[in-house]
Each structure stands twice: as structure tokens, then as C-alpha cells.
Design a protein around this ligand. Sequence first.
Ligand code: CP3
Length: 341
Amino acid sequence: MKLKNDLIIRAAKGERVERVPVWMMRQAGRILPEYRAVREKAGSFIKLATTPELAAEVTIQPVDILGTDAAIIFSDILVVPEAMGLPYEMLEAKGPIFPKVIQTKKDIDVLRIANPEKELSYVLKAIDIVKKELDGKVPLIGFAGAPFTIFCYMVEGKGSKTFSVAKKMLYSDPELAHLLLQKITDTTIAYLKAQVKHGADLVQIFDSWAGILSPDQYRKFSLPYIAQICDAINEVPVTIFAKGAFFARKEMSNLKCEVIGLDWNMDISESRRMIPHKTLQGNLDPCVLYGSFKEIEKQTKKMIKNFGGQKYIANLGHGVYPDTDPEKVKCFIEAVKNYTI
Ligand code: CP3
């Protein structure tokens, strides 16, 4: 189906755009009262994410309410371990937790390389519904966690500031770590290909914990697996967002992907110089949205001026924080849309 608004796809491919496109990481969710109402109705996050009709409804909400130039499928990166045979729970106000974690080769051997049409059919069904309901209004972004970030949760079992339990395996038993990373990668490639087959117009890889690795460790345990994904997904543009991996920008410029996402610690001009041929995405500090409307407009304009209007997708430098006022979010989105390039 032909897209009525294909700004993000054109920007991702490096084609000319008339204005800068904008969306926000974590746009589908906690900031919107309309989301919280559906979440209440569903009863739990997991119920919401596994009920295709409801997941589709909250996917489309930010497009209608906030005016973003793309929808991102409502799901979570942790559905991949679950599909491989390691289920998670989502604790209220605490976040994800895995009752069982990966410690031995036997733990890895019993994991499966998921068949997305089977174990992740609820996400694919949600994509089918969203595509039908959007009717080409804006593109749909699919996503998955980067293998290293998924590895962190599967070994650590929960969120952590340091992920020292997961990192311990990299030093104490690197072969075991590689075995698990490869299995996650194989599942992720199958999962992303299925998302694309069902209609995802672009896919993004979230390497949320990239920043806890040294450059050497990042080169060994994260980049090669991201590279496999980039090599495998050729059907649609691919965005790599590696939070905190400022040290790997040069290497990321050589990946077979179209877009690199930046967090707010990464200098814009320096990043353009290091990644000259790709589209960049980002990178407003989500805390700017706690400022006044005037300040948000000022910071947004300054950011776009620094990036330049082409080969650029406006976004925050990480997901929007849950306690952000939706009116402030609208102010950010409008400021991007009103910017003349
Ligand atoms: O709008 C979107 O971006 C689509 C939906 C989406 C969610 N999670 C929904 C969600 C996406 C893209 C994610 C990705 C995700 N999940 C990441 C990578 C992005 C990042 O932020 O770095 C990570 C690390 C997770 C793991 C995760 N899921 C955590 C740590 C938590 C708890 C803390 C939190 O952010 O709320 C979740 C839960 C989660 N995932 C919620 C939502 C809307 C909140 C659950 C609720 O509604 O109670």
C-alpha cells in the first residue's frame, strides 16, 4: 500500500524531504491518559501487549493525538526471550523480571530459535490490524532489542545499573556468551523479517545497554551481532540506536544500515563528521520536555539547525519519560513540523 506520509522513509533513505519528520521513542504508552485507560482495561502490561486489538489501539493513539510522522508497534523488546522459552513478568512500578535466568550451556541448549509466526503471532497480528487501520496515513516502525541488550536481561534477570552479572559472563565464559548471543541473533533476524512481511515499513534495533561496555567488549559482543542483523534485513530501512556507544560511532558508520540514532550525549556536528553517509536520528534530551514551551521550541530549533534539515529524523535522545506532560510533547512535535528547511 502506498504511504500518504512517507517523510520518515524518504529521510531514512537519504532522499530529499520538504520538512523534517518526527517521532518519539516510547511514544506509545505511559505519557498518554488514553493509553492508561486501555492499559487499565487490559489489566496488565503483558495482557495489553499480547492482545492484538488493544496493542493496535495504543499503537495508533500517538499518531492521532500527538501528530507523529510514524507509529511504532506497541510491544516490548522482552518478547524475544519469552518466545525463545524464557518468560518474563512485568512488576508494577518496578519493571521486568525473569523468574529463570541463563547460567549454563544446558540453559542455552533448551532455548529455541523462535518461529515468529508461532511464538510471536500476537505481535504480527497487531501489525496486521495497525496497517489496516492506518491505511497508509504514516509508516509503521517495527523493532527488536539488540542481541547484547537482550542478553543482559536473560542473564541478569532484571534491570540493573551495571548489569554486572551479565557482564561477568563476558569475562568468565566468553564462549557461552557468544553461544547465547548467536541464538538471540537468529531469533531476532527471523522476528524482524516477519515484522517486515506483515507490513513494518522500517525497523529499529534498540541497544539500550551498549553504554555499559568498553569499546573492546562492544566490538566483540555487540557490534558483530548487530552487523549480522543489518546484513540480513534488506527489505526496509534499518535504524541502529545504541545508547551510550559514542565510542563506536565510526564503526557504526560502516554497518549496512540506513539510520544511526544518537543519544543526547553525542555531539551533533562531531557525529555528522564521523557518520557522513547515513541519516541521523535524535537526540533531544528528554528532560528538555520538562522545560517551558518557549524553551522546548528554542532547544528544538537549535537541534535541527545543528543537524541540518536533510538526512535527518527528529526524535528524543532516548524514550520519552512517563511523567512528561503531553502538551509539552505536542509542543516539541509542532516545533519540528514548523521548522522551515
Ligand atoms: O512506543 C514505543 O516505543 C513502543 C513500545 C515499547 C515499549 N518498550 C513499551 C513498554 C518499546 C519500543 C519498548 C522497548 C524497550 N523495552 C526497551 C528499549 C528502549 C529503551 O527504553 O531503552 C527496553 C530496555 C525495554 C524493557 C522494559 N520494558 C523496561 C525496562 C520496562 C519498565 C520500565 C518502563 O520503561 O516502564 C518496560 C515496560 C514497558 N514497555 C512499558 C511500556 C509502555 C511500561 C509498562 C506499563 O505500561 O506499565
